[in-house]
Design a protein around this ligand. Sequence first.
Ligand code: CTP
Length: 394
Amino acid sequence: MSRIVLGVTGGIAAYKAVDLASKLRQQDHAVDVVLTRAAEAFVTPLSFSAVTGRTAYRDEDLWQGGESILHVELAQAAELVVIAPATADFIARAAHGLADSLLGALLLSAHCPVIWAPAMESGMWQHPATRENVGRLQSFGQRVLAPGEGHLASGREGVGRMPEREEILVAIEETLRTPVLSAVRVLVTAGPTREFIDPVRFLSNPSTGRMGIAVAEAARAWGADVTLVLGPTEVRPPGGVHVVPVTSSAEMFGAVERELGSTDVFVATAAVADLRPANRFEHKVKKDELPGSLELERTRDILAYAGAHRRPGQVLVGFAAETDDPEAEARRKLQQKHCDLVVGNDVRREDAGFGVDTNVCTFVTAHGAWQVGPATKREIGEEIMAFVAQRLGR
Ligand code: CTP
């Protein structure tokens, strides 16, 4: 059983969506129907709630207020969004990210796959504007079914009929069966490193590894094969993930170097120590014999190494934990380390940074920057996976 949002927009085929909703319910799916204002000219929420056994939402519900934010709640719960029928107008709106309706806002908040079942007159379907809009939806990784041929509302024959119910059901089944990042190999570094001076003393930092663990969990939930190279931490790593425990930055470097050749996506969240003692004592040094100062040397930059050796098509994501101007620093690291995305965060904020569960981030790519959060680290992980999926054309 899956939780599916069925978006119904304003076309004559809207009445067929009642039948589709009914069939999905019979297949044991929980179906949240969201109607646009135009759809209500053709069908009523009552028709849908009667066949789904659940509330069917109207556009007005976006403005209902109250404790929860409806479009975000529905989007987060959804494993799949299906828009059937999808009018030319609504396709155009979604292709440009308009959020002036409950369904539009929901689509912008959703991380799950989206299937479109277009229905319109042939001329509208073939118009260059619609072609371009459909192309945009596809570039977001969304699936647009081809409309069928036959009798149209205008009385003419042509292409533009909503795909048959069976075809939509097959697409739904296929999508639910294949997770978005299936067969994608994701490598994540997380946690601090320890740079030992002698067997009982080391240099380290306050990282707990939570951010990287959340990224690994999100990647696994998206169907990826995940390897987590994890520095010393008390936080338990997630199940279903291949964990490579490491202690020092040199070990972390070695583990990543071994994995990189077979990695599609590398997400570096680890707080790797930048310096280590130039000499390590094999035996515990007595207090009185400790040197007054330590000679230190730089460690190798793992992400920069990955950036310098990246394979074509490989996606690299870095982090930048900063106290000053996270966006500018993230942009600098994006260029220096040849990344596709750098997630900058301000570690001075109380709701962000080391040891807390939430984060406020700035996502920086070559094409722009946007803020994510305050959100849980898991939600940030989901956003990263959404970016990765798009990069990989999933
Ligand atoms: N990183 C890494 N290996 C290192 C240092 C950093 O892989 N030896 C990665 C981190 O995991 C993170 C990114 O590089 O994804 C940025 O790390 P950060 O410590 O913020 O930056 P530095 O490169 O150390 O730069 P600076 O100290 O100048 O801020």
